[in-house]
Design a protein around this ligand. Structure first.
Ligand code: BV8
Length: 241
């Protein structure tokens, strides 16, 4: 813990990668936790273009249920600690897989929502048309674009591609200089791109730090693995914490 705190205090360039685990203490169900299931559906089966094609209303009921739940959730000390870290780090980037918007709500500014946002909708006829809608519950359900076409959640589903623009921003951050620290918190690190960015830190002289109560693929390559809850550990890592 002290080694990490010192490294972060002296760091000029830090990349943070977060997943559902950093929102867990805000009351947001994780994807693969037991409470992640909804009406006995597996998110992997619902968060797909095929499920939406088959039954848009069912998929929207799931998203509407999550939006209603999220509307009551506040950022927790994990989100707040990361917003504080950004204030004291000259070059900082927060890459999140979460779609809940809680990092921005906590004051984080340089945030890349890798998997999109549950608060944004996209037209299924003109995909470049995207807008924010925070109404809960949505009415009508499924919602429509003003052009009359069906709207979809502006998130990246399983089997879909990440927005290349986000990918380029992240690659640009890493090639602009070797991060002194890459902090991976609250993610099962399922996706290759998450593992690759974590691995990058170990190849360019940076410190790879993981915060998670459970081991993940990143644990094998991390310099420091802090086993525990992000809401408890992260505030202790940040100088003011
Ligand atoms: C994909 C948005 C298929 C939706 C989500 C087919 C296969 C592979 C690749 C491709 C493919 N088709 C197309 C591609 C290309 C590729 C791509 O774009 N590549 C780039 C590089 C060009 N596309 C993809 O990779 C897509 N992936 O299709 O994979 C697949 C299918 C099944 C299984 C494996 C692979 C991208 C898909 C993105 C899917 N969208 N979300 C929505 O939210 O509705 S994914 C979903 O999982 C969430 O975003 C979530 O964040 C993410 C990862 O999960 P985690 O965040 O890690 O959450 P999880 O519940 O898993 O873990 C929680 C962790 O927290 C645990 O470790 C736990 O221990 C810990 N924890 C719990 N409590 C705490 C805690 N930690 C700290 N503190 C606590 N208190």
């Amino acid at each position: 813990m002290d080694r990490v705190r010192e490294k972060l205090a002296a760091a000029r360039r830090v990349a943070v990668i977060t997943g559902a685990g950093v929102s867990a203490e805000s009351g947001v169900p994780t994807f693969r936790g037991k409470e992640g299931l909804w009406r006995n559906f597996n998110p992997m089966e619902l968060a797909t273009p095929e499920a939406f094609e088959r039954d848009a209303k069912l998929v929207w009921e799931w998203y509407d249920w999550r939006r209603e739940l999220l509307a009551k959730c506040q950022p927790n000390p994990a989100h707040e600690a990361l917003a504080q870290l950004e204030e004291v780090t000259p070059h900082y980037l927060l890459i999140t897989q979460n779609v809940d918007g809680l990092h921005a709500l906590a004051g984080s500014r340089a945030v890349i929502e890798l998997h999109g946002s549950i608060w944004r909708l996209r037209c299924t006829r003109e995909p470049f048309r995207e807008w924010e809608d925070r109404t809960t519950p949505l009415d009508p359900l499924p919602p429509q674009c003003e052009c009359g076409a069906l709207a979809r959640p502006a998130v990246v589903w399983f089997g879909e591609y990440l927005d290349p623009a986000n990918f380029e921003r992240i690659e640009a951050f890493f090639s602009a200089g070797a991060p002194d620290v890459v902090l991976v918190a609250g993610t099962s690190a399922l996706f290759p791109y998450i593992q690759n960015w974590a691995f990058h830190a170990t190849q360019t002289g940076g410190m790879l730090v993981e915060v998670n109560p459970e081991p993940t693929p990143v644990s094998d390559i991390a310099h420091v693995t802090l086993m525990g809850k992000a809401g408890e550990i992260l505030p202790k890592l940040i100088r003011e914490g």
